[in-house]
Design a protein around this ligand. Structure first.
Ligand SMILES: *Cc1c(COP(=O)(O)O)cnc(C)c1O
Length: 496
């Protein structure tokens, strides 16, 4: 059995076991942890076609998390992928208009971050115990809406952890705020700050960097950790559903064993599509990796020109989780196509920090030929929702619609009609207003929450419990604070 280590993309001499890398999150030099090799499957694709989601998860994750025992991993997997999901399949595949929509929104918060955030807390607390960390883990998060709730839902009630989420009091949607303030679990705290998201994030970063606070925390029996999307403990669980979707197609007879498929992913931070790239390198027959952007099309321009340039206008769109100008996880791909040369990567990332721009060499660009990038603007996104609804009665959310539209562009340009899996990253119930507008059934007199009943009438899809619960659940968190009082709030909650 190989023993994979995790090294920093900016300094290969920094090396950890999987559990240590999960505990730490980000490398001290600012680099991201990457595995020293991408392991190959030790099961055939037809073996995978016989497996449950949980068994698939085990057979993928054990290859990366080599210092976890079978018992430890199975415990984490079973605690994560259970009745929290509203379907036994966990990640079902829905065919509509000639493509396969991989529904990654059947977890607690009806969006794809649940796929990784339901297991991360268990991986983390197991890692702590394995490495003789005696302190409880405190997760601090600043959120502009979605990630906060997914992290809360993942960590709520997990013994040995506490989670504190700060959000801009007047800067999130009605549904997002209700989702967070109704969060149960003694180990959770949700605080609305009198400021914007950037101030919340800056406040959290300052606490992470505060050595005095670190000492006080340690004296109280705590240590900070972070659940953000660059943690390798979030990336690896995302590989699983690509394997599972391929196996599902095989089981249904939609493809033959080893027949290549394409995958399309609506992309922001580049984590989800990077997981598909890892799956391909493990041996999953993926031909094209189609990277879909919204109007913040920094990745499209990168795949076109080889130049990554964040110096541009930031646009707010109907697919907010993709409104990103720095795709952090791209660094892992850059490191890979640089031939795992940490100094090349360090230079490029230095340029990104300093000037907001870097350019890769022709030989690096050559290694990106399995990627195809394109984007959908706001009008195209709405048209796509309407188109899929009219063709098949299926309703997709705006993020998924960006991917669906970009896939359509790819197919028309290339004539490539291989089976395609489209990552469907959010339930339409999470973006009811945009969706109802797109299909011409908006009612401006109704609130977003009221509109969910109209969507139900149109789609026939049951309201997910994430929606029914917030309609009646009591508000548990009503704490607010000024930006400069965030640290005091944390100390008070922890009793230190
Ligand atoms: C986070 C998110 C994305 C983007 O995924 P990345 O891994 O950041 O590229 C897309 N859609 C939804 C709904 C998301 O929450």
């Amino acid at each position: 059995m190989s023993n994979i280590k995790y090294v920093s993309t900016r300094d290969k001499s920094i090396s950890f076991t999987a559990s240590q890398a999960i505990l730490q999150g980000l490398s001290e030099d600012g680099g991201l942890f990457v595995p020293t090799e991408i392991p190959k499957f030790d099961k055939s694709l037809s073996d995978f076609a016989q497996m449950s989601y949980q068994e698939t998860a085990y057979n993928v994750m054990k290859l990366f998390f080599t210092d976890y025992t079978e018992e430890e991993l199975m415990k984490c997997i079973n605690a994560a992928y259970d009745e929290k999901f509203d379907t036994k399949e966990i990640a079902p595949l829905h065919m509509a208009d000639g493509a396969y929509y991989l529904e990654l929104f059947h977890g607690k918060t009806i969006a794809f971050k649940d796929m990784a955030l339901s297991i991360l807390p268990h991986l983390m607390i197991t890692a702590a115990r394995k490495n003789n960390v005696k302190e409880d883990i405190v997760i601090l998060t600043a959120t502009s809406g979605d990630t906060g709730k997914a992290a809360l839902a993942g960590f709520a009630g997990v013994e040995g952890t506490k989670i504190i989420v700060f959000y801009p009091k007047n800067g999130v949607s009605e549904i997002q705020e209700r989702q967070m303030v109704t969060q149960t679990g003694d180990n959770t705290l949700v605080v609305g700050i009198h400021g914007n998201f950037d101030q919340a994030q800056t406040g959290v970063k300052m606490m992470f960097g505060d050595e005095n606070l670190k000492k006080e925390l340690a004296d109280g029996g705590y240590r900070f950790s972070s659940a953000n999307s660059i943690n390798i403990g979030r990336l690896v669980p995302q590989i699983v559903y690509y394997v599972y979707s391929y196996a599902t197609l095989l089981k249904r007879g939609a493809i033959k064993e080893n027949e290549p498929i394409n995958v399309t992913v609506p992309t922001g931070n580049f984590g989800n599509i990077l997981a598909a790239f890892y799956a391909k390198n493990m041996g999953l027959p993926i031909a094209k990796l189609i990277c879909a952007s919204n109007e913040n099309k920094v990745l499209y321009d990168f795949f076109e020109s080889g130049k990554y340039d964040r110096n541009r206008e930031f646009r707010l769109t109907s697919s907010p989780s993709m409104d990103i100008l720095i795709s952090s996880n791209l660094e892992r791909l850059i490191y890979f196509i640089a031939g795992e040369d940490d100094s090349v990567n360090r230079t490029l990332m230095g340029a990104l920090t300093k000037d907001g721009v870097y350019e890769i060499t022709d030989s690096m660009k050559e290694k990106l030929k399995d990627f195809y990038g394109n984007y959908a603007d706001e009008a195209e996104t709405a048209e796509e929702i309407d188109h899929i609804y009219k063709e098949s009665g299926y309703i997709i959310d705006p993020h998924t619609a960006v991917a669906s539209k970009v896939y359509r562009k790819y197919k028309e340009e290339s004539g490539d009609d291989k089976a395609c899996v489209i990552a469907s990253t959010a339930s339409p119930y999470k973006f009811t207003r945009s969706v109802m507008k797109a299909i011409g059934k908006d009612d401006a007199s109704k609130s977003d929450i009221e509109l969910t009943d109209d969507l139900h009438a149109v789609s026939g899809v049951d309201l997910p419990s994430a929606i029914t619960e917030i309609k009646s659940a009591p508000v548990i968190h009503d704490k607010e604070c000024e930006v400069d009082k965030m640290q005091a709030v944390v100390k008070e909650f922890l009793g230190i």
